[in-house]
Structures are given as structure tokens and as C-alpha cells.
Design a protein around this ligand. Structure first.
Ligand code: ADP
Ligand code: ASP
Ligand code: MG
Length: 404
């Protein structure tokens, strides 16, 4: 008899029929004797729909009320799933986050789970029922509803699995596991059998939506194995765990991409100590994160160009902030580009293999793709390119690194 935490994403509970199928999966586990806690997302598209409603009300919709609104999506699915299980003759009960409670800290729409009380759920599953918990939400110390970021049900599931001290946390989704690149857009993508936390964390942060990055981070911190698998087939999915147990026979594990970056360039800034810090200071004060930074060498030792990348959603605010300091920063002109994409290769195998960077850049050059910015870590290389070349770049890199 095992204690298990299973999470079902939006597509998996996207219709009444699908919720009934999920109930059957849960029933099977329960009948086998497992103690089951299920975490569910809102029905596919629901969260986006609710966001749109709020935008129709106001461009500055209250963040507190937005969390109240968005958390309703998951409230619908927990109730329907518990009802579907009852219909199959299984005891099941939903527990909203305030009923436990699941405590969070941080600002609205970007909170994180800090603690939860599991007594009620423990008691319930010991008395032979399946507990259903909504993903993506919690309550703050002041008792307000909060949400924990898009895709946050993954993080809820991992946090619950950790607190319940389960052996594994199963993430049921609409693909059969983690693939070498997005299988919906690249048919040559291959399912990965095992992947390390570190690689998964890089892939998630760099655009592989299949797992939310903070969920992977928590799993890594507590060494909690994850199993990403399909709701629509019985096939084994992808196991995510510590890298000690993985043989690296490939240099690269995956190619990821995201289209939510933007690039800003300041032409002819003074080339003297402190200028970069001055440019970035107003952005830091406004909590705008900077990703990549490039500063050219000044040929005359006096003026240089300064480029940085940031989240596309922060672009307008960042440009405004810098323009207000134009007199002080003394740059000639400012250009920005929000039609850029970040394409990355990720793989622990690159640590021991020389020439990976060269191979990546040469492959992109052969496709006549210009690299606008670069960043690297031990297990990833990311480049910023023109957004229109994304598909070509991903396909090429997937092929040259033998992932097809
Ligand atoms: P859920 O609603 O179950 O949480 P998501 O939509 O958040 O599911 O994540 C699953 C989606 O992630 C897939 O449908 C797929 O298009 C996308 N995806 C992107 N990169 C990858 C990848 N490397 N492997 C698997 N899926 C990926
Ligand atoms: N429903 C939320 C979202 O769409 C959380 C999740 O699906 O994980 O982001
Ligand atoms: Mg998701």
C-alpha cells in the first residue's frame, strides 16, 4: 500500500467526459489499496478565459480580486472530480486551500507555498477516501486567496507530495512525458526516459511548459522523484530524479524555445565604470529581471553599445524608465525588439564534451540565423534570435545533436 500524490493538468480535466476518465484512473489506484491524493488544474482554457474577463473590466484589475477569480477555476474541477468518484462508488471529498489551509507568502498571482496543514486530509485518506485538492492556490497570512503563478498546480502537487512524504509524485498531462523538444510542434521529438532535476529545471525555465520550473526546483530540493506521464495512455512516462542514476549517452538532452523575451540596446553610452549599473538600477528598483547582457568593446575607448534582454511583458515599462534617465545616462539612442525568441540546448552531457558551443553556432550560421545575444551555464547554451527563425533553429539543433 503506497501513499501517492497524482496531479492532472487542464487538458486532462478539460471536459466532463475527461473528468470521468480521470475518476476511473484514480479508482484503479484506490482499489489496488493505495492512499490517493489528487491535485487538479482548472479545465483547459478556463484560467485564460477568466483573465480575459478581468481585462474586460479593467486594465488595472485588482490583483487580490484576480486571485479570487482565478482560483475559482480549480474549485470547479475538484468538485466535479469528487462527484465523479462518488458516482463510481468511491468515497471522495474536495478540500479547498483555505480549508486545510495551504499557506502562501509573497505577492498576489506570484505567491509561493510555505506551509500546509495536512491533518484533515490525512484523516480522510486513512478512512478510505480519495482527497481532491485544487492546484495553483493558497491563502496568505492575512487570509486572502492567492495564486502561485501559471502552471502552478505542478508546484502544489510537489509541495503536497513532500509534506505527505510520498514515494513519488505523478504528473498526468496531455503528452506521454518530457520530450527532447515540444512534441506538439516538432513531430521528430523523442520521449526522454529519465532526466535529472538540473536538466529538467533548465528545460522548464527555458520554455518546456510540460513541468513548471518552481515545482522542479522543490522536487530537487527534497529529492522527490517525479513521473510525468499521459492521462490518455498507460505507457510509462518520464522519470525525473537525481543525476547520479542517469547515464549520459547524449551530449544534449533537449532543445527548448520561448517567445516571451525582448531585447533593448542603448547606442553610444559612455564606456566608463558604473555605467551598466546606472542603466540597470531603475529596472532593479522596479523588480524587472534582466536576463542576458552584452557590452561591446569601445573602439575609441569612449563610447560603447549596451544590450540586454528581459521579459517581453516588462519591455514597455523598462523603456519608459530608461528614457526618463536619458539626460543622466547620455546615450545616443535606444532601440528595442520584441520579436525575438530564445532557443536553448540543454544537457548534462555537454559538461564533458568539448565543442558544443561551436557546433551550435555553426549550425545556426549554416541556416543563416543571426545570433543576437548568448548566455551559457554548465548544462545549457541559450541564444536570442529573430522570432521568425525559431522553428528552423529548433529543427536544425534537434537534428545536429542527434535527437531526431
Ligand atoms: P498541463 O495542463 O497538463 O499542466 P501543460 O500544457 O502545462 O499541461 O504542459 C504540457 C504541454 O507542454 C504539452 O502539451 C506540450 O505541448 C508542451 N511542451 C513543451 N515542451 C515540451 C517538452 N519538451 N516535452 C513535453 N511537452 C512539452
Ligand atoms: N490553472 C492554472 C493555469 O492555467 C494552473 C495550472 O494549470 O497548473 O495556469
Ligand atoms: Mg502545466
Amino acid at each position: 500500500m503506497a501513499k501517492i500524490v497524482v496531479k492532472f493538468g487542464g487538458t486532462s480535466v478539460g471536459s466532463v467526459e475527461r473528468i470521468k476518465s480521470v475518476a476511473k484512473i484514480l479508482k484503479k489506484k484506490f482499489v489496488k489499496g493505495d492512499k490517493v491524493i489528487a491535485v487538479v488544474s482548472a479545465m483547459a482554457g478556463k484560467t485564460n478565459e477568466l483573465i480575459k474577463y478581468s481585462e474586460q473590466i479593467s486594465k488595472n484589475f485588482s490583483k487580490r480580486e484576480l486571485d479570487v477569480l482565478l482560483s475559482s477555476g480549480e474549485q470547479v474541477t475538484v468538485a466535479l472530480l469528487a462527484g465523479a468518484l462518488n458516482e463510481l462508488g468511491i468515497n471522495s471529498k474536495s478540500f479547498m486551500s483555505w480549508q486545510l489551509p495551504i499557506l502562501t507568502s509573497g505577492e498576489h498571482s506570484n505567491s509561493r507555498i510555505i506551509n500546509m496543514n495536512i491533518d484533515k486530509v490525512n484523516k480522510y485518506i486513512s478512512n478510505k477516501g480519495i482527497a481532491i485538492i485544487p492546484g495553483f492556490q493558497g491563502i496568505s497570512e492575512t487570509g486572502d486567496l492567492t495564486t502561485i503563478g501559471r502552471g502552478g498546480s505542478d508546484a502544489t502537487a510537489v509541495a503536497i507530495a513532500k509534506i505527505f512524504d510520498t514515494d513519488v509524485c505523478e504528473i498526468y498531462t496531455d503528452v506521454e512525458g518530457v520530450y527532447s523538444t515540444d512534441p506538439r510542434h516538432f513531430p521528430k521529438a523523442k520521449k526522454i526516459e529519465k532526466i535529472s532535476y538540473e536538466e529538467m529545471l533548465e528545460m522548464s525555465s527555458l520554455g518546456a511548459k510540460v513541468m513548471q520550473s518552481s515545482a522542479v526546483q522543490t522536487a530537487m530540493l527534497y529529492d522527490l522523484p517525479l513521473h510525468v506521464r499521459s492521462t490518455f495512455s498507460d505507457k510509462e512516462g518520464t522519470k525525473i530524479f537525481g543525476s547520479e542514476s542517469i547515464d549520459y549517452n547524449k551530449v544534449i538532452t533537449g532543445v527548448t524555445y520561448s517567445k516571451d523575451d525582448a531585447k533593448v540596446t542603448l547606442l553610444d553610452v559612455e564606456d566608463k565604470p558604473g555605467v551598466a549599473a546606472e542603466i540597470l538600477e531603475p529596472l532593479a528598483k522596479s523588480s524587472i529581471n534582466i536576463d542576458m547582457v552584452i557590452q561591446n568593446i569601445a573602439p575609441d575607448g569612449k563610447k560603447t553599445d549596451f544590450t540586454f534582454t528581459l521579459k517581453r511583458s516588462d519591455l514597455n515599462k523598462a523603456v519608459k524608465l530608461i528614457k526618463t534617465k536619458k539626460k543622466f545616462l547620455k546615450y545616443k539612442s535606444l532601440t528595442s525588439d520584441n520579436k525575438v525568441a530564445k532557443v536553448s540546448i540543454v544537457g548534462a552531457g555537454m559538461i564533458t564534451t568539448p565543442g558544443v558551443t561551436h557546433k551550435m553556432f555553426r549550425s545556426l550560421a549554416k541556416e543563416k540565423i543571426n545570433i543576437l545575444a548568448i548566455s551559457t551555464s554548465e548544462i545549457k547554451i541559450s541564444v536570442i534570435i529573430n522570432e521568425k527563425h525559431t522553428n528552423k533553429a529548433v529543427k536544425k539543433l534537434h537534428t545536429v545533436f542527434n535527437l531526431d
